[in-house]
Ligand binder design. Structure first.
Ligand code: HEC
Ligand code: HEC
Ligand code: HEC
Ligand code: HEC
Length: 247
């Protein structure tokens, strides 16, 4: 028993050096050492994905916090009995669906509102990015040097979202009497009972580039599952990434 243990220990010791190097490399982005990935804010994502960022910046998602301000969206607010003269932009019953990562590690905090977490940002849909953003860089370097793609599964394991549906539902289907199983207070005041125009049709909504962002051609740094069913369609009509001048 003892002999076997110490035999195994030697093997563990041999790996420990390599393991430590791995941990040290991961440490900066791994954040505070908690097990959940943290929110990063759209500045990080946007510095590498400028075309998507520029397109996203024009969407209602990017401006979602503005709708909570006093004087904005008067008619809509009156219709659901909200006070149009009131500022709801730090109201905890509202902001969870109008900012990025409210109440989560690294996410929006009304006491210290980071501008890169304002609105429904990249990570509201793609998942908190502290871990997978490191893989994007590493995989891109590997791809450049060797031409070898990296399995997408590694991204999913690091917290990147590929299904999307439940993330959208958490904001769009979270109302009293919703057929969605994950509902939890606070609810959105703008449910289909108020007006059928607030009904959420995922398959249609996710194809609405004006509300999400335009799609740009991927080079193939990542490969294999998991992929959403609409990925192929999006890439088939995707534009090349804009060559940067300024910004
Ligand atoms: C250091 C630069 C860098 C950062 C930071 C970065 N990415 Fe990426 N990302 C890349 C590269 C490079 C690819 C591979 C693109 C390709 O295949 O053409 C990629 C791929 C992606 C993809 C497509 C994955 C697939 O299915 O093939 C998504 C979505 C994405 N990034 C979102 C994000 C989000 C959201 C953030 C912020 C949390 C982020 N990225 C941060 C460089 C980065
Ligand atoms: C963090 C909450 C949140 C998430 C996640 C989210 N949305 Fe939204 N979405 C909103 C809010 C809030 C608005 C309205 C913004 C405004 O007018 O202030 C909106 C607006 C929209 C609109 C335009 C209005 C409409 O209904 O036609 C579409 C389309 C949409 N979202 C689709 C999606 C899809 C598809 C997903 C998932 C891939 C998604 N959203 C994820 C909160 C969210
Ligand atoms: C559970 C998520 C959620 C909460 C909580 C929430 N909202 Fe929203 N809000 C949404 C979504 C999703 C939309 C987009 C609805 C659509 O257009 O289909 C939206 C849209 C809006 C709009 C635009 C409506 C329109 O017709 O253009 C206003 C204004 C708004 N919300 C204000 C508020 C206020 C004020 C609160 C708090 C009292 C609040 N929201 C709480 C999810 C939420
Ligand atoms: C409302 C949801 C939503 C938001 C917000 C959002 N995305 Fe996306 N994004 C998507 C969906 C859906 C896809 C399609 C995924 C696929 O084709 O596999 C996508 C695809 C991508 C891709 C792959 C290439 C492409 O253009 O299709 C990149 C890169 C990306 N997003 C980056 C970003 C960045 C950076 C931000 C923030 C500035 C952002 N996204 C905000 C939903 C969103």
């Amino acid at each position: 028993m003892r002999g076997r243990r110490s035999g195994r220990k030697r093997i563990i010791c041999a790996c420990a050096g390599a393991l430590l190097v791995g941990v040290a490399l991961l440490a900066p982005g791994a954040g505070t050492g908690s097990t959940e990935p943290a929110y990063e804010g759209q500045k990080k994502c946007g510095s590498c994905h400028r075309s998507e960022r520029r397109s996203w910046a024009k969407t209602v998602h990017a401006r979602a916090l503005d709708s909570l301000k006093a004087g904005a969206e008067l008619e809509a607010k009156r219709k659901v009995g909200l006070d149009p003269a009131k500022d709801y932009s730090s109201d905890r019953n509202c902001i969870g669906c109008h900012v990025t990562g409210f109440g989560k590690e690294g996410g929006y905090d009304p006491a210290d509102p980071g501008i890169y977490l304002v609105g429904v940002g990249c990570e509201s849909c793609h998942g908190p990015g502290s871990r997978y953003k490191l893989l994007h860089r590493e995989a891109a370097e590997k791809f450049e040097k060797t031409g070898q793609p990296t399995p997408r599964q590694a991204l999913a394991n690091a917290g990147q979202e590929f299904g999307f549906l439940d993330r959208c539902n958490a904001c769009h289907m979270n109302y009293e009497g919703s057929p969605w199983k994950g509902t939890r207070k606070p609810f959105t005041p703008f449910s289909p009972q108020v007006d059928p125009k607030y009904r959420f049709d995922f398959d249609k909504a996710v194809r609405n580039d004006a509300a999400m962002h335009e799609h740009f051609r991927l080079e193939g740094v990542f490969t294999g599952p998991p992929l959403p069913p609409f990925h192929k369609d999006f890439q088939a009509k995707a534009r090349p990434v804009a060559k940067e001048s300024g910004e």
